[in-house]
Design a protein around this ligand. Structure first.
Ligand code: SF4
Length: 349
């Protein structure tokens, strides 16, 4: 059964850095105050009452959890213990920087019920990390992932294609390295230029060129495809649209409120494009949860196929895998897989 996440945003709390792209207050939409024990307990009780049978997971997002003083971390985790012990709560997730994770910290968190640690890896390339003011290295990220796995916890890695000095090749290499190190899941947040950040100043001065939306979609598509081939879930692509991000705050870069769907839709569009010739009329069968991806955002895939004379009728079929399409033509019916029937070159981005 899918977990329900009870989120607590602790933006900039504990963070000892100012990365060139970061304005946590805007990204998370929170004011950075730490919740009290009472607020934590009340929120869990409220969410428990509306979550039905689903397991609950508390997540502390934003900030750098393990850079907080240990007694502050204890104050946030202690109210959760009774809920863990009586089964109200299933698990705890925190997010932090790779250079604030080591064996001691992972063991300490594990004893207090933390089961998942998300790391802001961003890139595995030291030059990109330095140009972005991250203050840690790719080796720090590898060591952090290994520590988390050693203690039997889940490791998540957040990547940011399009940082200063980044290239599509470096982004792909970074993704491959975190997967090889054992990351259990990924988030991909293409770089956006937020008002009030150092990146905004560089952009205004002409010293930074962000990824365009089209190029970002093309790059994220290849990163997603690589993760799918490795069977590592990408649980989010693009920053949340409902947390203070709008035209006023986002100055430039690859941002769209439905970026994840735009990226996934592109994979299905590519598969149809590869196996359906111009002017053909086909029925495309897909898993029911994929109908909107095959259709495309605002019917974009269907419209683009129409422009080359292809008429597509979509039919849901629960017997298909979510990554498959069955393409039915007048004289044939063949099942194709996004994973094995699409091939990309990173140089095309
Ligand atoms: S470490 Fe995280 S919270 Fe701190 S400035 Fe960088 S991105 Fe923002």
């Amino acid at each position: 059964m899918k977990k329900v996440t009870v989120p607590f945003f602790i933006s900039h709390q504990g963070c000892p850095h100012t990365c060139v792209f970061c304005d946590q207050r805007v990204i998370s939409g929170a004011d950075g105050h730490l919740p009290t024990a009472e607020q934590i307990s009340d929120k869990i009780a409220l969410w428990r009452s509306t979550a039905g049978e689903s397991p609950l997971e508390v997540a502390f997002f934003g900030g750098t959890f393990t850079a907080l003083p240990e007694d502050t971390q204890s104050k946030l985790l202690a109210p959760l213990r009774p809920f863990l012990e009586n089964g109200t709560l299933d698990s705890i997730r925190i997010s932090t920087r790779p250079d604030y994770i080591d064996d001691h910290r992972v063991a300490w968190l594990s004893e207090r019920g933390v089961r998942t640690i998300e790391l802001g890896v961003q890139s595995m390339d030291d030059a990109v990390l330095a140009a972005s003011g991250r203050g840690h290295s790719g080796a720090d990220s590898l060591n952090a992932i290994r520590s988390i796995k050693k203690w039997g916890l889940q490791a998540g890695a957040q990547l940011m294609p399009g940082l200063p000095g980044d290239t599509p090749e470096i982004s792909l290499e970074s993704l491959e390295q975190v997967i090889a190190a054992g990351a259990d899941f990924l988030r991909i947040y293409p770089t956006v230029v937020l008002k009030g950040t150092e990146l905004a100043q560089r952009y205004a001065a002409g010293n930074f060129t962000p990824l365009s939306l089209d190029r970002g979609i093309s790059l994220c598509k290849q990163l997603l495809h690589c993760a799918m081939k490795a069977d590592v879930p990408v649980i989010r692509i693009g920053l949340q649209a409902d947390t203070g991000l709008d035209e006023e705050n986002v100055l430039a870069g690859c941002w769209h409120p439905a970026l994840g769907q735009l990226v996934r839709s592109q994979l299905y569009d590519d598969l149809v494009r590869r196996f359906v010739a111009d002017g053909e009329c086909v029925t495309v069968h897909c898993h029911p949860v994929r109908v909107s991806d095959v259709t495309g955002v605002a019917r974009g895939n269907l419209l683009s196929q129409t422009q080359r004379g292809v008429h597509v009728q979509i039919t849901p079929d629960a017997t298909l895998h979510k990554d498959e399409l069955r393409i039915q033509k007048e004289d044939s019916c063949t099942t194709y897989s996004i994973i094995s029937d699409l091939h990309y070159s990173i140089h095309e981005v």
